[in-house]
Design a protein around this ligand. Sequence first.
Ligand SMILES: [Cu+2]
Length: 512
Amino acid sequence: MLCTPAAPASDVFATATADLPEAQPTETVELKNGDTYRLTASFVKKTIGGRELRMLAYNGSIPGPLIKVAQGAEVTIRFTNHTDIPTTLHSHGVRMKNKFDGTPNVTQPAVPPGQSFNYEIKFPDAGVYWYHPHFREDYAQELGLYGNFLVTPTQAGYWSPVNREVVLALDDLLVGPNGIEPFNQKFSNRTLMGRYGNVLLVNGETSYRQEVQTGEVVRFYLTNVANARPLNVGIKGLRLKLVGGDNGRYVREQMVQEVLINPSERAVVEARFATPGTYRLEHRTPGKTYALGEIVVAGEAVSPSYAQQFADLRTDAVLQEELSQLQAEMDGPVDKRLRLGLKMEGMGMMQQQAGGHDMHMMGSGQMMRNDQMGAGQVQKIEWEDDMGMMNVMSNSEMVKWQLIDEDTGKTNMDIDWQFETGDLVTISVFNDPNSEHPMQHPIHFHGNRFLVVNTNGVKSDNLVWKDTATIQTGDRVELLLEVTNPGEWMAHCHIAEHLEAGMMLLFTVGSQ
Ligand SMILES: [Cu+2]
């Protein structure tokens, strides 16, 4: 039983930065239908918070290149692995052909170091998507392997006109006295809560800064690329216009104070900077506000001004009509029931070692934090890692996160749901508040899209196609999965450490 946080040095991934090239600024590349683009994952050194860190980068930058493509285009990404582990390229949220999904041992064997794989990816949907590895994500993605696709819509006026578009990858990184907190080569650690960082990054930087002209309307495409941390993003002193989510736009544009995105979720928001000044981009939790970066507004009034278009909150009549066709299914019976749970092995030893820290074992076997005990309330979101040594010492050998099919009792990869192309499947996901460690889970379905129909029986009042839904503690959320893409796909929790701790299932889509 491996219980100690300090693994033997030989089991830990290398941290040396000597002889590594410096990370480069992120480039934007525009690909046309039929183009081939080379993407290589390799080690770089990058200075964050005054410390030089050994990190991983796509084409030398963190984030990797911003890849712009037109909706409907098909491109080939010739991916080469120059990391120290096998890896794949997963194009998150893109409804592409199954064999290019980049799920190791399901759609392809992982690409060994030194080898390449051609991913042929077609982009049927407008919006913001992203690419990342799907093998030891807890390690490879945390070290910097992430980048965005921006798919420009074919439909005129899909998005409102703006003065500027900005794509932001939001991340956190766990940095200790000796660099990035080490990763074990044999298993994932911090699997109880996931790896919450102590440094917040916007496009790989601790001091993100964007200059804009007075009066600009800016559209921000936000992606949460963190391993575990939920981010609740706002701009101090401004309201945001929420226009899009994971897979394109919302039915109705609406003004919001902030937007909550969990790992792998996206949000498309617009902001109008009417008056000069410095505006702070923030991550807000009930207990604390974190600075993410700043937007500096100066100069003469921008021309053209999109103030009027910004004030107009549009409804997407086409999407509204399309979704109204699905109303009967949304109101219909549940087809599949999933419960989110946890199984612990070797807890006794872990508790002994964590003795004196902040954990108690409840009579029921449920673990709760001191600050929660007796409160009689469920904390729906874990904003921080507040489990201390318990989380540090947990690993994928002892913590088994579970997706449990409530009808068959099967768990995780023993589940293989069979669907046919064209099926509409209602899936009820229940995040058991009485599990051994209740917390939120962002549940991601590969290769297909879904709607969040209702939460605890309350209908969603504004719909958007999604590929990841956050199920908060105690909630029962109904999803309507539109099964349109044949193949063998995965669904899993997008907290990287929970995925490594087994929280995944398969669904097979047959072609009619
Ligand atoms: Cu999870």
